[in-house]
Design a protein around this ligand. Structure first.
Ligand code: ARG
Length: 407
């Protein structure tokens, strides 16, 4: 009998999918549950899959690998989609796809299935990542195909004796891992309303967050955070601590209108305290240690890196090559940054690095000034030369019709 490996979260969709794949495609279903931080009970999820009818069920905690091979490279690249979204969901997909492929190889499955709808980016990420890693495996997306409403799914579950998850169904569609929580659907879709408070579960409202600000000190080595408040911590532990710390101060809430790969705009809410704090700190340190040219070029790299990640192209050669560039470019991004967390805001307050390019003797307006003012004059003469030449030969005067205000 043909086998499929289903990415199984334990929720209603993927529970129904086990039976639907058996019934609709006559497949043997192997499930894989991947833990990426959070309180998903892996063993319970495995047992649940078996009880619904999976022939084999696997569960694995991949949080550490997620941190090391996906989050850290994206952090070093300053990858924020559309300058804002830290990509928690997007980064997790290529890892889950890889684990699905491994499970397929191990169990002799020739198909892969996931619980994504036909409207989001995640279907693209799973399908494309699988295609990159294992072009011979076919991908099925039951929810994209069956198009049952939630009520119809519950009815299907009851009809087939599938226990309906007892957890109070959230009015939102959510996805979470250690790098952040993503929320959409329900009243979030209404642009005219501020984000509903109950969509947030990791973060305190900035309105009720403590009146006292709190400072955190982050130390980086070659672009990687290694110490939090002077304590050396494994990356995952640091992210967990920063999620708690930032969450208490209402840091990390994001409300954005996002351009989905599949052609539509959507309103998305995120909460990602650790991601927001670490990105701020990392950029703060780069500002000190990178040249202007590296910083400018880095912006292009960040944007492309984020787009590739968001658009499901993690396993592209370009993403990998950019990662190699980023790795090299981080060699002097070492030092310490202090940030102040206060009622939803997170700002860098001090920075320090042995590789700092900031030279107080050059920058100061006070005593000890070492700047060469005569050189400034000569520099400006040459810098302005093209404009002086141009204004002599091609004067730009509004009455010539060159003013941008005139059509
Ligand atoms: N819009 C985000 C992305 O494409 C998050 C999607 C999250 N999925 C969800 N079921 N809420 O990465």
């Amino acid at each position: 009998m043909t086998r499929v490996v289903l990415a199984f979260s334990g929720g209603l969709d993927t529970s129904v999918a086990i039976r639907w794949l058996q019934e609709h495609y006559q497949l043997e279903v192997v499930t894989l549950t991947v833990g990426l931080g959070g309180d998903l009970d892996l063993e319970a999820s495995r047992q649940r899959a078996l009880s619904i009818g999976a022939v084999e069920a696997y569960a694995t905690d991949a949080t550490e690998e997620f941190g090391r091979d996906f989050i850290l490279p994206a952090l070093k690249a300053d990858a924020l989609y559309e300058g804002v979204y830290p990509l928690a969901t997007a980064l997790a997909r290529p890892l889950i796809a890889r684990l699905l492929v491994e499970t397929a190889r191990k169990t002799g499955a020739t198909l892969i299935a996931h619980g994504c709808t036909g409207k989001g980016n995640d279907q693209v990420r799973f399908d494309v990542a699988t295609a990159a890693l294992a072009p011979d495996l076919k991908v099925i997306a039951p929810i994209r195909e069956w198009r049952m409403s939630r009520e119809e799914e519950i009815e299907y579950a009851l009809r087939h004796g599938i226990p309906v998850p007892v957890t109070q169904a959230s009015p939102y569609s959510t996805d979470e891992n250690i790098w952040g929580r993503s929320m959409e659907c329900g009243v979030i879709e209404d642009q005219s309303r501020p984000p509903p408070e109950d969509a947030y579960t990791w973060t305190q409202s900035p309105l009720t967050a403590p009146d006292e600000p709190e400072e955190v000190i982050l130390e980086f080595e070659h672009g990687e955070p290694c110490r939090l408040n002077k304590r050396a911590l494994p990356f995952v532990t640091m992210v967990e601590e920063l999620n708690a710390l930032g969450g208490r101060h209402g840091v990390g809430r994001i409300d954005m209108i996002e351009n989905r790969l599949v052609g539509l705009k959507s309103r998305e809410l995120y909460e990602a305290p650790a991601a927001v704090i670490l990105h701020q700190a990392h950029r703060g340190l780069e500002a000190l240690t990178q040249t202007r040219d590296s910083a400018r070029f880095g912006e292009l790299v960040s944007q492309t890196y984020a787009d590739l990640t968001y658009n499901g192209l993690w396993y592209s050669a370009l993403r990998r090559d950019l990662a190699a560039y980023v790795q090299s470019e981080q060699r002097h991004v070492s030092g310490e940054v202090a940030l102040r967390l206060h009622k939803g805001s997170c700002v860098v307050v001090t920075r320090r690095s042995a590789f700092s390019l900031y030279d107080i003797h050059l920058a100061t307006y006070g005593g000890g000034d070492a700047y060469d003012y005569a050189a400034a004059e000569g520099f400006i003469t040459l810098w302005g030369l093209p404009l002086r030449t141009q204004s002599r030969v091609q004067p730009l005067t509004p009455d010539l019709g060159d003013s941008p205000e005139k059509p």
